[in-house]
Ligand binder design. Structure first.
Ligand code: NAI
Ligand code: MG
Length: 492
């Protein structure tokens, strides 16, 4: 595995200063590809949350009054500087997450800069409305910022997900306290450093710490006026409970177990490649939108699986920094053990057929990191644990179906409802299915990542609210105020 040199002094961003935690405590960050410690970052606790919220509260009255386009211009500057540092950012992301540089980390760094560009450009679209209440009344609405936004993010696409909360929140005039995920704080701190140079102090505050203390303190802090969370459904519920106590609005982007439905007429190579993309195998399937339940029509089941097995086997797993690696590693030991547990369960079931993959390599260079093989189990049933729970690892289950009503029923028989994929050349059939599937986002004949401009989010246990778009920004980070003026005063 290649060595990387990361900047050594990792500090949080608080009130425009780069600081350590109040307690002076730190925690270690590992490179999951070789299990070595690559950095120590401050371990923020409740006191740091207090300081960060105080800084964001102090910055809010001024920041909200900066004309929207001026705020937008600052975000465009952030975009520009990030664009010049994509390679450095990408290598940091690859090193701390284990995501392959070519397939994941570089696209993530590129999209991060673009997120600041997009939301910077949208700053002047925070428009209100006027109501036609008659000649003697002026009634209009304003889109106002909410206040201090508390944001908590996971590790699977850490910098992109941070940008997706920071950029729309700041563009609309809020100030932000964001907690990075404990497994992947370095790219976020690098981005914070860029923001420190360009944004007024206190507008953005970035903490590094654990969920149960720092995250919980942030979600419960009385100074927070809006919570935006991406992560597990379990923690999402805790966030919503904390928010309920103070009637704070929440946006939750949670887990998924997304169906990929293949019709007989899509028994072709493009669909096979699409399924591999949809499953996010090149991010070790650590993606909330992974199409991890593969519904194959019975008439093509074996033939399609053979093709899928061949193409998936060709993915090269290896050093995340090696340009030829398609796949990297699982984020940490806990997630690795969890994924292995699901693989073991599949192997131990007499009625599950292992198509490819299995338990991770236990010797050779790949055994030095948390590498998990892409694994496919066939003849699965939709009620197995493997088919119901979010594995968050490269384990795909293939389930047979016979008729359209049955497959839609199975697809919807899940408490999740984030993404879905439909594969068919018959566009009527495909769209009929797309409309009946319970999901926030359905892709037909493709399995790509989210695109800026699309309102993205889940239904059921997959979450509440939409982000990624203009509408998402307005709904999630502004509140409307109505102003009604009587124009018909009697003469003085
Ligand atoms: P998690 O939901 O525990 O962590 C996500 C973020 O929440 C981290 O920043 C963490 O520090 C914070 N957090 C944890 N407990 C908290 C609390 N009590 N209060 C406030 N913040 C808290 O996810 P984790 O443990 O990393 O992964 C567990 C499972 O969650 C995965 O196997 C996967 O199924 C799911 N997950 C889903 C993600 C998605 O994008 N939808 C992302 C990450 C995990
Ligand atoms: Mg957790």
């Amino acid at each position: 595995m290649q060595d990387v040199v990361l900047p050594t002094a990792h500090k949080m961003l608080l009130a425009g200063e780069r600081v350590d935690s109040a307690s002076g405590e730190t925690f270690a960050v590992e490179n999951p590809a070789n299990r070595t410690v690559i950095a120590h970052v401050p371990r923020a606790g409740a006191e740091d949350v207090d300081r960060a919220v105080a800084a964001a509260s102090a910055a809010f009255p001024t920041w909200r009054l900066v004309p929207a386009r001026e705020r937008g211009k600052l975000l465009l500057k952030v975009a520009e500087v990030l664009e010049g540092r994509i390679e450095e950012l990408a290598r940091t992301i690859a090193t701390e997450t284990g995501n392959a540089l070519r397939t994941q980390a570089r696209p993530e760094a590129t999209l991060t800069a673009d997120i600041f560009r997009y939301f910077g450009g949208l700053a002047s679209e925070i428009k209100g409305e006027t109501l036609p209440l008659g000649e003697n009344v002026l009634s209009y609405s304003r889109r106002e910022p909410i206040g201090v936004v508390g944001a908590i993010i996971p590790w699977n696409a850490p910098v992109l997900l941070a940008a997706l909360k920071i950029a729309p929140a700041l563009s609309t005039g809020n100030t932000v306290v964001i907690k990075a995920a404990e497994d992947a704080p370095l790219g976020v701190l690098m981005m914070a450093q860029v923001c420190q140079e360009l944004l007024p102090p206190g507008v953005l505050n970035v903490l590094t710490g654990y969920g149960h203390d720092c995250g919980a303190a942030l979600s419960q802090h009385p100074g927070i006026r809006k919570l935006s969370f991406t992560g597990s459904t379990e923690v999402g519920k805790l966030i919503m409970k904390a928010a309920a106590d103070r009637l704070v609005p929440v946006s939750l982007e949670l887990g998924g177990k997304s169906p990929s439905i293949v019709f007989p007429d899509a028994n072709e190579d493009w669909a096979v490649s699409g399924i591999i993309n949809a499953m996010r195998f090149t991010r070790q399937s650590q993606s909330c939108t992974a199409g991890s339940r593969l519904f194959l029509h019975a008439s093509i089941f074996d033939e399609f699986l053979d093709k899928l097995a061949d193409k998936t086997s060709a993915l090269k797993m290896g050093d995340p920094l090696d340009e030829s690696s398609d796949m990297g590693t699982i984020i940490n030991e806990k997630q690795f053990r969890k994924v292995c547990g699901y693989v073991e369960e599949g192997l131990s079931r007499a009625d599950a057929r292992l198509v490819i993959g299995g338990l991770p390599p236990d010797s050779g260079p790949l055994s030095e990191g948390w590498f998990a093989r892409p694994t496919i189990f066939a003849d699965a049933s939709n009620d197995w644990r493997l088919a119901r729970e979010e594995i968050f690892g490269p384990v795909l289950v293939a389930i047979r179906w016979e008729d359209e009503a049955q497959v839609v029923r199975m697809a919807n028989d899940s408490h999740y409802g984030l993404a879905a994929f439909v594969w068919s050349r018959d566009i009527g059939q495909a769209l009929r299915t797309a409309h009946r599937v319970e999901a926030g986002w359905v892709q037909v004949n493709q399995g790509v990542g989210q695109v800026l401009g699309q309102s993205y989010g889940g239904t059921k246990h997959s979450g509440i609210g939409r982000e990624f778009s203009l509408e998402g920004m307005l709904d999630s980070f502004t509140q409307r105020k109505s102003v009604t003026v009587n124009l018909d005063l009697p003469a003085p």
